[in-house]
Every structure is written in structure tokens, then in C-alpha cells.
Design a protein around this ligand. Structure first.
Ligand code: AVI
Length: 321
């Protein structure tokens, strides 16, 4: 893996279009069809995800924001002065701003994101709003082995930030692999991690089946993206959004469900969907506080304080690396 240096952006070449095409072929050819949820996030998908975060039914974002606000002083005391904040995914600037505002004189911010465009925007915004902060964006797939740019950290600790329960979108082996990588790059520092909690399945079900249909549009956008970028001929009206809580596996599963028997073409190959057959697009694992701490310990972290809301919807973990 090599870094391509530009004035403000370090790019790790991961040929995303080729990955999407190969992964879509593999998904369509498999007996149990499934594809990584990372392909949700083109420009439209990112907009739809932002809209999901505002939904009445989708409690994780506002609950995590209130945990960050409510425990800012404790987090700041643990982080100390001049921390370097490394964010895995340049997602919600709202969240990292809360963290940066809480910290004492944060020295630098390293957002890592697969979308160079998203990163460039995030970096430009933060540079103008935090003139004293050194911003070093890294365009990379942080689910792959990762090397952080050297020499960006000052005297403070390296503080990883992985909010939103994105950890739940990994399967258990990927989650462990990610946490091991994070423990390695943050060694001597810590990771501030948001994790959604196991709860009443009705609450979970509502969060992924909102009345306004935004989550359905987010799910179906994957097919629109494939049509545009890969030249598939998915009939968007031929698929329905499906999301349910798989309680033995403690995860929400999202699927695109074929409404009838139909064919889909990709690069001259034809794939058949039976009526009711699905393309599995996402898992969103839910954790207990203890299961998350055990996973982190297995990856090499020492679990520290954990903060939850009074309804125990969501958890925010301090994990020492
Ligand atoms: C990004 N991730 C944590 C979200 C989740 O809840 O698993 C993605 C999402 N999918 C449907 N709604 C939100």
C-alpha cells in the first residue's frame, strides 16, 4: 500500500470502482447474496444517511451526541492536553466538533475516510473553524491494514474516535481485526468508541423501518448506484426494503428483497432472482456493555470508563490502547 502525497490529502490507492464491480459480481454469484454496506455511501447515500440521523425513530445519533456533551469534561480529563484526534471515517463533523471543543488545546486531527471528496470537505471546514488545529486527512479504507502519517503528533496522546456504532456494521471477525489495528496505531493513547446496545426489538425495528421511508431509500440507493456506476439494470421498483432484528445474532439485518422473479445483467452476465430472494446489504450488530468490553480486551485494549444514557440505548467507551 502506498501513500500518494498531495498538499493536504494522503491518498491510499484502493481502486474503489473495481472493488465495487468485483464485489457485486461475487455477491450476485453467491448462493446467499450479500455485499458490504460500505457501498451505501456515495454522495446520495451519505445525504440519506444524514437524514436517517435526524429521524425520530433513529435514536443512536442524538443519544450519542448527548453522551458526548454530558461527559465532555471527563473525556477531556482522560485525554489531557494537545491530543491528536484520529477519526475512523470522516463522518459527522458535529460529533468530532463536540470532542474537539471539549479537549484542552487539541493539536491535530487525522480524519480517515474512503471518500476523498467527503474528506476534503470535512478538512476544509475544520481548518477554517479551528485555525490552530493541524488537519491531516488520510483517504484510505480503514478496514484494511493502515499506516498513519508519521510526525503529525505533538506532545499529547493519540485519541482514536469511532462514533456512531459503525463497529456494529462489521461482522465479529472484522470488528476484532479493526480493533486490533486500532490498538496498534493508537498504542499509548486511547479509543473513544460508540456502540449501540441490545434493547427492546420493537425499538430496534422502528429505527430501521422509519415511517417516512428514508431507510428504505438509503437501502435502495445501493441499486441506483450500481446501475449508474457499474451499468447493472436493477429495476428499482422490483426490490423492496427489508429490515428485521435477528435476535440470536443480536443484529439488525437489512436486505433488498426481490418482489418477483427477475433477471439482472452485469457485464454481459445474467443473474436470476427468485420472488422473495434477497441481497443482504447490512448487518448492524448490537452489544451489551460487557460484550463490547470483552471484544476490546481481546483486541488488546484495556477497557476504561463507559457512559450510557438513562434508557440504556447507547454506550460510549473509553478504551486505553
Ligand atoms: C452507520 N451505521 C452505524 C448505521 C447503523 O445503524 O448500522 C447505518 C444505518 N443503516 C440503516 N440505518 C442506519
Amino acid at each position: 500500500m502506498s501513500f500518494v502525497m498531495q498538499p493536504h490529502l494522503r491518498v491510499v490507492d484502493s481502486a474503489p470502482e473495481r472493488d465495487f464491480r468485483a464485489d457485486m459480481h461475487a455477491a450476485l454469484a453467491a448462493p446467499q447474496r450479500s455485499i458490504s454496506p460500505k457501498y451505501f455511501y456515495d454522495a446520495r447515500g451519505s445525504q440519506l444517511f444524514d437524514a436517517i440521523c435526524e429521524l425520530r425513530e433513529y435514536y443512536p445519533t442524538r443519544t450519542e451526541l448527548s453522551l458526548l456533551r454530558g461527559h465532555a469534561a471527563e473525556i477531556a480529563a482522560l485525554a489531557g492536553r494537545e491530543a491528536e484526534v484520529v477519526e475512523f471515517g470522516a463522518g459527522s463533523l458535529r460529533k468530532v466538533r463536540l470532542l474537539l471543543d471539549a479537549l484542552e488545546n487539541p493539536a491535530s486531527y487525522v480524519p480517515i475516510d474512503i471518500s476523498g471528496e467527503h474528506l476534503a470537505q470535512a478538512a476544509a471546514q475544520l481548518r477554517s473553524d479551528y485555525p490552530g488545529l493541524a488537519v491531516h486527512p488520510v483517504a484510505a479504507d480503514y478496514t484494511q491494514p493502515l499506516q498513519l502519517p508519521a510526525g503529525t503528533r505533538k506532545s499529547g496522546m493519540r485519541l482514536g474516535f469511532f462514533p456512531g456504532s459503525t463497529i456494529g456494521n462489521f461482522d465479529p471477525e472484522q470488528a476484532l481485526r479493526f480493533l486490533r489495528m486500532a490498538a496498534r496505531v493508537l498504542r499509548g493513547g486511547a479509543l473513544l468508541l460508540g456502540a449501540d446496545l441490545v434493547k427492546d426489538p420493537a425499538v430496534l425495528h422502528a429505527a430501521y423501518n422509519d415511517e417516512a421511508g428514508v431507510t428504505a431509500a438509503f437501502n435502495l440507493n445501493l441499486l441506483a448506484r450500481a446501475n449508474r456506476e457499474l451499468g447493472t439494470d436493477f429495476d428499482l421498483d422490483g426490490f423492496a426494503h427489508g429490515a428485521f432484528y435477528n435476535s440470536p445474532q443480536r443484529r439488525i439485518e437489512m436486505h433488498l428483497v426481490s418482489r418477483r422473479a427477475q433477471r439482472v445483467q452485469l457485464d454481459g452476465q445474467t443473474y436470476l432472482f427468485e420472488d422473495g430472494e434477497t441481497l443482504h446489504t447490512e448487518n448492524s450488530h448490537k452489544f451489551s456493555v460487557d460484550s463490547l468490553r470483552a471484544l476490546a480486551a481481546e483486541a488488546g485494549f484495556t477497557a476504561g470508563p463507559v457512559w450510557t444514557d438513562p434508557n440504556r440505548l447507547f454506550s460510549l467507551h473509553w478504551l486505553a490502547a
